[in-house]
Design a protein. Structure first.
Length: 79
């Protein structure tokens, strides 16, 4: 049996070592989705308050393109 899935949302995991110097106002860009996300102060607080959590940027399909919606924090207890 085949199941067809076409998600409207995509989560891209962030490598913490790649964003070690990130600051509010900096942009995260996904070339494969053709979308970018602007890091904000709340994201900075999530990053600092959850040192062992996995971080994802959520992108949502908007017609034929994607737009970034925000940060998703998955606490270590979940994985």
């Amino acid at each position: 049996m085949k199941y067809r899935i076409e998600p409207e949302s995509v989560l891209m995991e962030l490598d913490r070592s790649a964003i070690v110097d990130i600051s509010p106002g900096d942009q995260l860009e996904s070339l494969s989705l053709g979308a970018s996300y602007t890091w904000n102060e709340q994201d900075m607080q999530f990053l600092e308050s959850n040192p062992d959590a996995r971080l994802f940027v959520r992108f949502e399909q908007d017609g034929n393109s994607f737009k970034a919606l925000g940060l998703v924090v998955v606490p270590q207890e979940v994985y």
